[in-house]
Design a protein around this ligand. Structure first.
Ligand code: HEC
Length: 178
């Protein structure tokens, strides 16, 4: 009797986990397995999203950021981006002066519709918050972006990269106030 119950609970648990995992991976609006208890899944994934939000304020991260480390870390971006003034675009747009610049601003780069919509015609700029959020999980932050990069979940690495990007500018911004 106990074993049967245990097996049943086990199965339910596995199904639930698989459903959660696929929800997390694909963010599908419709669950893969119709007939599953949808409300429970949605509640759980809503909590999951909350827990994933960057916990440490970006000002705190930037206070300890090191542009020299960021330059090293930028190697994972350099196949797609140049940070040199006038060097042009690669797979991704040139990033010279990107910190503080309006989003999707490089005239000769073909941005995705998602990125252009996010930019709201130049009203949105790459401030610390937007950069931090985008670099954590590009495809979550701007659904439909063409940037094929999974994101960097390490807070200090993102901060270092942002400090490096800020140094590649004619007019670097002051670090964000705490
Ligand atoms: C596989 C190629 C690729 C990699 C790797 C990559 N990017 Fe991108 N990036 C892109 C593309 C393509 C876009 C344009 C996205 C769009 O239009 O949706 C972009 C856009 C951006 C933008 C917005 C620029 C603007 O003008 O609005 C920033 C900022 C950015 N990337 C930073 C980075 C950083 C920092 C890294 C490394 C941590 C990185 N990217 C890694 C391809 C890449």
């Amino acid at each position: 009797m106990n074993m049967a119950l245990g097996a049943l609970l086990g199965t339910v648990f596995v199904l639930f986990s698989v459903s959660l995992a696929s929800e997390g991976l694909y963010h599908s609006e419709n669950p893969e397995k119709p007939g599953f208890i949808i409300e429970a899944t949605e509640e759980a994934s809503a909590e999951g999203t909350k827990a994933e939000a960057p916990a440490i304020p970006v000002a705190e991260l930037m206070a300890k950021a090191d542009p020299a480390k960021g330059e090293q870390l930028f190697k994972k971006c350099a196949s797609c981006h140049s940070t040199e003034k006038g060097a042009g675009n690669k797979v991704g747009p040139n990033l010279f002066g990107v910190v503080g610049r309006p989003i999707a601003h490089v005239a000769d780069f073909g941005y995705s519709t998602a990125m252009k919509n996010f930019a709201e015609g130049g009203k949105q700029v790459w401030d610390w918050e937007h950069l931090n959020g985008f670099l954590t999980a590009p495809k979550k932050y701007i659904k439909g972006t063409a940037m094929g990069f999974a994101g960097d979940k390490k807070d200090q690495e993102r901060a270092d990269i942002m400090a490096y990007l800020n140094s590649k500018s004619d007019t670097p911004l002051a670090p964000p106030a705490k």
